[in-house]
Design a protein around this ligand. Structure first.
Ligand code: HEM
Length: 143
């Protein structure tokens, strides 16, 4: 695979039909038009992932085998300019496209970390209130 064609997000979004279907996975673009019918997971999921703009999460959530990953190479047609990985893929995506990266903006998302901290705290408060109720209030009622 020599140098990959640089494609823009708007260009990729023009190829989401059954006759012309591209997938964006980890910053790389795959033309899966000829693979649609052969995909073991069915063509609908591929068309849906294509239309969603970024298929990285969908692809990784399935937990594809290594043979599936090596199959992808034959459909590779290019890479996307200025790719920023989606939230769920940031931590573990092993093949993050850092090669041609121009000062990648990190996985900054203050709202996500807010929820990350707030949720456990709320769960703890709820657990404490439940424990308090069951230990004191509820047993008092019986007496
Ligand atoms: C070029 C991209 C892709 C290739 C080459 C590919 C290839 C494969 C292969 C070979 C399998 C069989 C199981 C395995 O070996 O892991 C599979 C299963 C599957 N794929 Fe993909 N896939 C691609 C993209 C996607 C995407 C974007 C989705 C989106 C949801 C997806 C959803 C699935 C599902 C749901 C299965 C499970 C089918 C089952 O076990 O019943 N695939 N894929």
């Amino acid at each position: 695979m020599g140098d990959l064609k640089k494609l823009s997000a708007s260009e990729i979004s023009l190829h989401t039909s059954k006759d012309d279907c591209w997938l964006l996975i980890n910053g790389k673009v795959y033309d899966v038009t000829k693979f649609l019918e052969d995909h073991p997971g069915g063509e609908e999921v591929l068309l849906h992932a294509s239309a969603s703009g970024d298929a990285t999460d969908a692809f990784e959530n399935v937990g594809h085998s290594t043979s599936a990953t090596s199959m992808m190479e034959s459909y590779l047609i290019g890479s996307v300019e200025g790719y920023v990985a989606p939230y769920a893929a940031t931590g573990e995506a092993s093949s993050r496209p850092t090669s041609s990266a121009q000062g990648n903006k990190g996985p900054a998302s203050s709202s996500a970390s807010f929820v990350d901290y707030l949720l456990p705290v709320l769960v703890l408060i709820f657990a404490f209130v439940a424990w308090y109720y069951l230990t004191f209030v509820h047993t008092d009622e019986k007496k």
